[in-house]
Design a protein around this ligand. Structure first.
Ligand code: PEP
Ligand code: MG
Length: 883
């Protein structure tokens, strides 16, 4: 018989899988001597056993629960259901990963018609006792009996109106008794049964509800979004209650040991005097900042700050703490690693290293490389005068512009049509998750920094403003008002989640500056990592940006992007439409100085770092007009102006477009095949590269051009193109008298190139894996069509774990990369290898490339910081594994 129930002191901090995050924490906290109310945890295995028994609590679990309950009763010297001295408990769900809002906590379980009388006597506060009882009925009915809270709220509102009260605290014990009678009628009406009076029955119903909540819709969506497996199950935590609403010497709150928004090392949080936990989280009453606790309860504040310090030292992490003060006595209800913004994550990691709490490697592992991207988000330009409509709490940084919507479904719908929306709500609940996911930003008029909207938005790196009480939202009329100003559904607003400001209309934004901590962390990353990071950049501007972000070279300069310029495209078209060699040559001659000046700019920006220039890659028709549109134009002219010169030209163009038309252009005349068919194109490009390099060398600057031949499938292609580049280099060297050191390599992006990499390496100074094309050709998925046609469905239905164009398919495409490296290095032991597909900026792929022994990854400029950190983490993790 397995053990399904653990008293807190029997568990341990590392038993997360079995006890869930919360349960393991409670065990650990109990064991380090923190003031935790006593209780026990029913394991995640019990949850799985529940489902295996067809959604029934197995008798062994029931027995062990009763035993644990007996122990709890002994320890607390109270008994569940004892009218004289009742034990009350809370019931919480808790899985191995934190899943905010999966199930609301049930408080005060154990209350019934008898124990409420006992509580009234014990606390000498009948009003509190009956208020707790009615709260319990409301919460239990909603969470366990699944009766909409609306009915209870409505009854409460009617009672308030009848009695002429404006708020709940005005209700007396007698009033609450009346409300309780009404509540019980609601329960009877909806369940056809009386509200359960037996506390043990209440307890087991609540345990059932926790297990069921594992498979409710919001939990399933949350797991899908966060890639949490379905089989983990949830634990149930049952803990004796302590009361924050026993008068003005009691209270409850939530706090972070450091500011979760900025990372600053100050206690951060909020509390409410004379209140229960859900009042803080629900955001109905606006809580007070934690700093004022120092004045209101100096002793408690002192004990609390000491406890926070102890917790940080113990967990070596920023903590998110729930606490309650019962008649001047502090209790810690919960602590966990606090969710934080990207900015805070970095500052906390760096400062904790500086404070000696963690070492550099740990600091590096603390920051998710994806979070670095959030910091590269834009923000509102302060130098431009703007009129601030309203200001709320800066709940999650970043700026966003979008149309106002008031409902999660509408947000989702508009977003699916490509609209940018901002979701504005009084507050959000877990049921709004789909709307939050699809919105640019979230604004709420109620709730604090720890409200649902704030926590979820921070987790997603989405801009969010909370508690903006100046907003008077009218959900029915689909508008909000700020003073006299009315903002309707669909109107554009801009918000800044770092300042809490809401502005009408669109506002100019600027690029972010990177904090000292950000730069510090990246410096540590550079010390730690063994793999180089380069950028994919096609213009001098991109190259400059890449250099700023710390790129150690350009891993891919796609020269076709230089052709797309509006001034150049007519010349490119001339080149393509040329009837003979000489005509083509003439067009190429015009292009040469343009390309040359681009290369000069790029080489200069990279200050001597290697620059890999890829010769022309895409099919030529990409530079020509659309065939269908051209056909329409020609047909029109044939009718309207049959003799015109324009018609002749268009017909000529159409003929060429038809000639170049291919059924599978991605598999057609592109890559080095272009160079093979029209060597003069590659020759011009090679010359432009060498002229540019020679010019810089002449000025005394360092340059390291690496010429790259794309889409090679047979060594003979590379052999021929290599010779062409060498000839061009020799030619320019003779002409300019400047010697430029250069290398010639190839992209490995066709399976045949991988399989014959040993042959290809003979002709190559380096390999750069083009994992975009390699994914396309390995899966046989058209990279232009797959994502729109079937890939999304594949991912949703878990046919594929991830989009292979974003996250490297390690088992398939990855194996080809490994093979290519191995075969290439069998020919040339020191062959330089890198990757320049999208995967070079994706963290799990970066780790794979490191393990495979690549010398560098190359990614888009904005992802360079991410790749630097991911490469450092790979070094740390991989070396650790080896040890
Ligand atoms: C690739 O195929 O991975 C690559 C980098 O080249 P492109 O995306 O330009 O085809
Ligand atoms: Mg490619």
């Amino acid at each position: 018989m397995g053990k399904f129930v653990y008293l807190f002191h029997e568990g341990q901090g590392d038993m997360k899988e079995l006890l869930g995050g919360k349960g393991a924490n409670l065990a650990e906290m109990t064991n380090i001597g923190l003031p935790v109310p006593y209780g026990f945890t029913i394991t995640t295995e019990a949850c799985n056993a529940y489902y295996e028994s067809g959604k029934a609590i197995p008798s062994v679990v029931e027995q062990q629960t009763i035993e644990a309950l007996n122990r709890l009763e002994e320890k607390m010297e109270k008994k569940l259901g004892d009218p004289e001295n009742p034990l009350l408990v809370s019931v919480r769900s808790g899985s191995v990963f934190s899943m905010p809002g999966m199930m609301d906590t049930i408080l005060n379980l154990g209350m019934n018609d008898e124990t409420v009388v006992g509580m009234a006597k014990l606390t000498n506060n009948p009003r509190f006792a009956y208020d707790s009882y009615r709260r319990f009925i409301q919460m239990f009915s909603n969470v366990v009996l699944e009766i909409d809270t609306y009915y209870f709220e409505q009854l409460l509102e009617e009672t308030r109106e009848q009695k002429g009260y404006s708020s709940d605290p005005e209700l007396t014990a007698e009033d609450w008794k009346e409300v309780i009678v009404g509540y019980k009628e609601i329960v009877k009406k909806h369940t056809k049964k009386a509200f359960p009076q037996d506390p043990k029955e209440q307890l087991f119903l609540a345990i059932n509800a926790v297990f069921n909540s594992w498979n409710n819709q919001r939990a399933i969506i949350y797991r899908r979004l966060n890639k949490i497996p379905d089989h983990l199950g949830t634990a149930v935590n049952i803990q004796s209650m302590v009361f924050g609403n026993m008068g003005n010497d009691s209270g409850t709150g939530v706090a972070f040991t450091r500011n979760p928004s900025t990372g600053e090392s100050v206690l951060y949080g909020e509390y409410l005097i004379n209140a229960q936990g859900e009042d803080v989280v629900a955001g109905i009453r606006t809580p007070q900042p934690i700093a004022t606790l120092q004045e209101e309860m100096p002793e408690v504040y002192k004990q609390f700050t000491e406890t926070c310090h102890q917790l940080e030292q113990h967990y070596q992490e920023m903590q998110d703490i729930e606490f309650t003060v019962e008649r001047g006595k502090l209790f810690i209800l919960q602590t966990r690693n606090g969710k934080r913004t990207a900015q805070a994550a970095i500052r906390i990691a760096v400062e904790m290293e500086q404070e000696g709490i963690i070492d550099k490697k740990t600091a590096l592992l603390r920051v998710d490389p994806d979070q670095l991207n959030q910091l590269l988000h834009r923000r509102i330009d302060d130098s431009i005068a703007k009129e601030i409509l309203a200001k709320g709490l800066p709940a999650s940084p970043g700026a966003a512009t979008g149309q106002v919507v008031f409902d999660a479904d509408e947000a989702e719908q508009l977003a699916s049509q490509g609209q940018k929306v901002i979701l504005v709500r009084p507050e959000t609940t877990p049921d709004d998750i789909h709307g939050i996911v699809t919105s640019q930003a979230i604004v709420t008029s109620r709730g604090g920094m720890t409200s649902h909207a704030a926590v979820v938005a921070r987790g997603m790196g989405k801009a969010c403003i909370c508690g903006c009480e100046a907003l008077k939202i009218d959900l029915k009329a689909k508008q909000f008002m700020v003073g006299e100003t009315v903002v309707n559904y669909g109107e554009i607003i801009t918000i800044d989640g770092s300042t809490g400001e809401i502005i009408l209309g669109e506002v100019p934004m600027i690029d972010p500056e990177l904090s000292d901590e950000f730069l510090q962390l990246l410096t540590w990353a550079d010390e730690e990592r063994q793999m180089n990071v380069r950028a994919n950049a096609d213009t001098p501007e991109d190259a400059k940006k890449s250099f700023e972000f710390g790129a150690e070279g350009i891993g891919l300069c796609r020269t076709e992007h230089m052709f797309m310029d509006s001034k150049r495209i007519p010349i490119v078209q001339e080149m393509i439409l040329a009837e003979n060699f000489n005509e083509r040559k003439a067009a190429l001659e015009q292009l040469l100085p343009m390309q040359q000046s681009d290369f000069e700019g790029i080489f200069e920006a990279m200050q001597g770092y290697p620059v890999t220039v890829r010769l022309l890659d895409p099919p030529l028709h990409e530079f020509l007009p659309n065939k269908e549109e051209l056909l329409v134009e020609v047909t029109k002219l044939q009718i309207l102006d049959p003799q015109s010169k324009e018609l002749k030209e268009k017909e000529q163009l159409l003929k060429k477009v038809r000639q170049l038309d291919e059924h599978n252009p991605m598999l057609g005349l592109r890559g080095c095949r272009l160079g093979m068919m029209y060597p003069e194109i590659y020759e011009m490009q090679a010359k432009a590269i060498f002229y540019a390099a020679a010019k810089l060398v002449e000025k005394g600057m360092a340059v390291q051009p690496e010429i790259m031949i794309p889409l090679v499938g047979h060594v003979n292609e590379l052999k021929e193109m290599r010779q062409l580049v060498i000839d061009a280099a020799n030619h320019i060297q003779e002409e300019t008298g400047q010697t430029v050191a250069y290398t010639i390599g190839t992209m490995i992006e066709i399976p045949r190139a991988v399989l014959t990499a040993d042959e290809i390496a003979v002709e190559a100074d380096f390999f750069s894996f083009g994992t975009n094309d390699l994914t396309q050709t390995t899966f046989g998925y058209s990279r232009d069509d797959a994502e729109g046609k079937f890939l999304q469905a594949y991912i949703e239905n878990k046919v594929l774990p991830e989009n292979p164009f974003a996250v490297l398919d390690q088992n398939g495409v990855g194996k080809l990369v490994e093979t290519g490296v191995k075969l290439g290095r069998a020919t040339k032991a020191k062959l330089k290898t890198g990757v320049c597909g999208e995967h070079g900026g994706e963290k799990s792929s970066v780790e794979f490339f490191y393990k495979t022994g690549l010398d560098y990854v190359s990614c888009s400029p904005y992802r360079v910081p991410l790749a630097r950190l991911a490469a450092a983490q790979a070094s740390i993790r991989f070396n650790k594994e080896e040890m």
